[in-house]
Design a protein around this ligand. Sequence first.
Ligand code: IPD
Ligand code: CA
Ligand code: CA
Ligand code: CA
Length: 273
Amino acid sequence: MTIYEFARRIILEAGQNIKDKLKLELTIETKSNPNDLVTNMDKETEQFLADKINQTYPDHRIIGEEGHGSDIDTLEGVIWIIDPIDGTLNFVHQQQNFAISIGIFKDGEKYAGFVYDVMNNNLYHAIAGKGAYLNDRQLATLQSTELKRSIISMNPNWLTKDWTKDVYSPIVKDARSARSYGSAALDFVFVATGIIDSYITLRLHPWDFAGGMIIAEETGAIVSNQLGEKLHPLKSNSILVANPELHHEILNVYLMNYKDELENLHQGMFSSR
Ligand code: IPD
Ligand code: CA
Ligand code: CA
Ligand code: CA
C-alpha cells in the first residue's frame, strides 16, 4: 500500500469515527479566546490519525493543530500536516460543514493532499502532479474569471476591523457576490471545484492550508500569500487562492494598493507558526 492509499484509508476511518460519535455529548473547551473552541473529537481525531501513522511509519513526522509536532521546524523526511477538524465552530454549532485535512510533504516537496467533508462523504484528494479528485471524479482545470463575474469567499470579520476593511471591502464590492463557509480546508477545495472563484483570508496556520493547497494547485489554482509569495508549509501566512486570471486581478488591482501595510503586517505576524 502506498502512503497515499494508506492516508486515504485512515482519513475515511477518522471521519467514520466522528460520525459514529456524533450523538454523544461533546466536551468543549476554549483556547485563545471565547470563540476559539476545541472539542474532545478534535483531540481524539488527531490522536487516532497520529497513532495509525506512527504504527505504520515510525520515521514519519506529524504536525497537528492539537499539539503534535509543535517543535518541528525543518522539512526533511515525510511530514504529515493534519487538521483533525477544520471548522470546529461549524462542527459544534451545525454538526456539518467541517472537514478533516491532511497535507503530506516529502523532503519539503508536495506529495499528497486530502480534505474530507465528513457529513457529505466527499473526499477531495490529490497526488502532486497527478490531478485532483472529488471521490472518483477528476476535477477539471479551472476556468479564468474576472472579479466582477466571480464569487469569492471571505470571513466578514475582515470587513469590520479598522484598516482591513479598507483593504477588503473594494474586493467584496466589485465581486459578483461573497460567501463565508467557516472552514478554510473546504474553501480551498471549493475553489478547486470552481463553485467559488477565490478564497481570501488574512491568517492561516499550516494545518489549515496544507491539504487544500495541494488539491487546489492540481486544478491550476494559484495559491500564495497576499503579497503574491509562495507559502512555506511550516509557516502561518495570509492567503490568496484563485484561478490564475482572478489571482492576478485581486493581487495587482486591489491588494497592491496596500502593499506597504500588508508588508508591515507580514513582517510582524508571520515569522513562525
Ligand atoms: C479555522 C477555520 C476557519 C478559519 C480560521 C481557522 P479551525 O480552523 O478554518 O474557517 O477562518 O482561521 O482557524 O480552528 O476550525 O480548525
Ligand atoms: Ca481550532
Ligand atoms: Ca483549521
Ligand atoms: Ca482544527
